[in-house]
Design a binder for this molecule. Sequence first.
Ligand SMILES: [Zn+2]
Length: 331
Amino acid sequence: MLKGSGVGENMEAKQKSSFTVEQFRQFYAEEIRALTGASDELVAAFARVPRERFLGTAPWYVAPTASLFTTAYRPVQDPRDLYHDVLVAIKRAQFLNNGQPTLLARLINALDLHPGKRVLHVGCGTGYFTAVMAEVVRASGSVLAVEIERDLATKAAANLSTYVCVKVLHLDGADLVAGRKGLGQLDAVLVNASVTHPHPAWLQSLNPGGVMVLPLAVARNPSAGDAIAIRIERQGNQFAAQPLCLLSLYASPSLRDEALLEQLNRGFMTHSILRIKSVRVDEHEQDDSCLAHSAGFCVSKLPVGAIDEHAQMASTQVPHPQQRAAQSPSQ
Ligand SMILES: [Zn+2]
């Protein structure tokens, strides 16, 4: 190895380091606390879950930032190299990664998880962040994790087999249904894919006070998963919403309505999307308060207190945007 060539020096330094993997993991969790303001429970969860167990055998391929333009991975052999704010490849050719820990920490922290909470994780990958959430909700809570890619779902199920509160299903999150035979009641939903709208069942299943973190797609290009993550909180039968952050991630193939996407993209380009105060599922005519409007889902700048008192939560009669499209050949 040439002197000053980087990787070799780092490995040599680490071999001399007396810090254990567990200590690296503790420092990593504390860094997440400092950078995201994560709760004590969430920081403790990051300090407990061994990231390497969810990522197969070494070498692992890491990338420094969550950018679609970052395709240069660096191979690492030492699990201590995984305890930084880095992406880790799950499928290098598709740039499918175990996400940036500080980003996911911000999204999970927005869910206000505590022991006993019931969580839906849509797009669980190989299960690392599912495990982090399971550590927070404990055995008295539950995490239902779904993954659209069969091989990833299989790995996630194996990786999470020691968590009695976790169930992994291989399916598209859009195929979930509400009600006792489906999702049941939920306190939190984390969606790990960009979508133009949530599945109605996800909102219907939220308990009062329940929270969903939803990445709304804003990129016209289907191959780009650029999105703005919003936090949705159920208040009675209405849904308060606020913007959280921008991110890039896998684009859902099914929860994508082209007319909504056009409006979301326009809202993103003009920054009007940042004025979001609620999402509406009640029937109403499109007006100036609608930032992106469809019959089944509307991104609105009206706070929930200003929405018609009689607006009711979407029932099964309210059409899903894609159902509406299917029922109306002219659209
Ligand atoms: Zn509207």
